[in-house]
Write a protein that binds this ligand. Structure first.
Ligand code: SAH
Length: 244
């Protein structure tokens, strides 16, 4: 395994545009707009008040800060150091208490096993060389019965048209080159890796965009953007009663 599981070009790309993170009309505008939707999905599945929450690939802290606001104890990690600096700077203004760290998921997993109640890993798996390793590290980091949320982009002709041609080239919602089609992941692929790490699927939701109203909304259509929620089950399996 690539010990840090990092794509250096991706990190450079995020560092380069780090200062624009909190511009709601800028490059990260879509993340600001979908944030209430994804926070709703998380809190519908698990209450965050007084929970230890880890936000992996937290970026400038849009989701981290919103989870802190509702009473979670949030740690935000990201491998782009300039992005973490922006997150730290922003929280001086917002007065939130997120613990931001420039550390890899795998490194944290070696010291914080079974520590977190909830993990969020949003719009990040499609930027790493091995999503499998992130998913299995999430399982190690979670307490038994803990919840983890992954959001990413599906891989099919429609997602190529909508997420790359539409979002980057036509509507210009995101900078050109934000996403690579080959890094997109099907929900069934995430589910298979998750199952091998003792993560059981709880819920899935699609996040979609209406270019006419310029609004994002949730429904069951997971063809393009989607979020999956998993619960960590214990590795213990029922004894086979036939043996007794
Ligand atoms: N999760 C945030 C930001 C998504 S953008 C949100 O949805 O609001 C993707 C983020 O993943 C960037 O901040 C990028 O620096 C980070 N990232 C990319 N590769 C990473 C890795 N290997 N480990 C941790 N963070 C990574």
């Amino acid at each position: 395994m690539n010990k840090k599981n990092i794509d250096k070009d991706e990190i450079k790309k995020f560092n380069r545009i780090a200062s624009r993170w909190w511009d709601v009309n800028g490059d990260f505008g879509p993340l600001h707009k979908i944030n209430p939707l994804r926070l709703d999905f998380v809190t519908k599945n698990i209450k965050l008040e007084n929970k230890q929450v880890l936000d992996i690939g937290c970026g400038g802290g849009i989701l981290s800060e919103s989870m802190d606001d509702i009473g979670a104890f949030v740690t935000g990690i990201d491998m782009a150091s300039d992005v973490i600096d922006v997150a730290k700077l922003h929280q001086k203004e917002s007065g939130t208490n997120v613990n931001y760290q420039n550390i890899s998921t795998e490194e944290l997993a070696s010291t914080k096993q079974s520590f977190y109640d909830v993990i969020t890993c949003m719009e990040m798996l499609e930027h790493v060389p091995s999503p499998n390793d992130i998913i299995s590290s999430c399982s190690s980091l979670l307490k038994a019965n803990g919840y983890v949320f992954f959001s990413t982009i599906n891989r099919n002709f429609k997602s190529f048209l909508f997420a790359i041609i539409g979002a980057e080239h036509i509507l210009k919602l995101l900078p050109v080159g934000t996403h690579q089609y080959s890094k997109f992941i099907k929900p069934s692929e995430i589910e298979e890796i998750a199952r091998k790490s003792n993560l059981e699927l709880v819920d899935t939701i699609g996040i979609n965009y209406n270019p006419l109203t310029k609004k994002y909304y949730c429904n069951s259509d997971v063809d393009v953007n989607y979020i999956m929620c998993f619960k960590k089950i214990s590795a213990w399996t029922k004894p086979n009663l036939m043996l007794f």
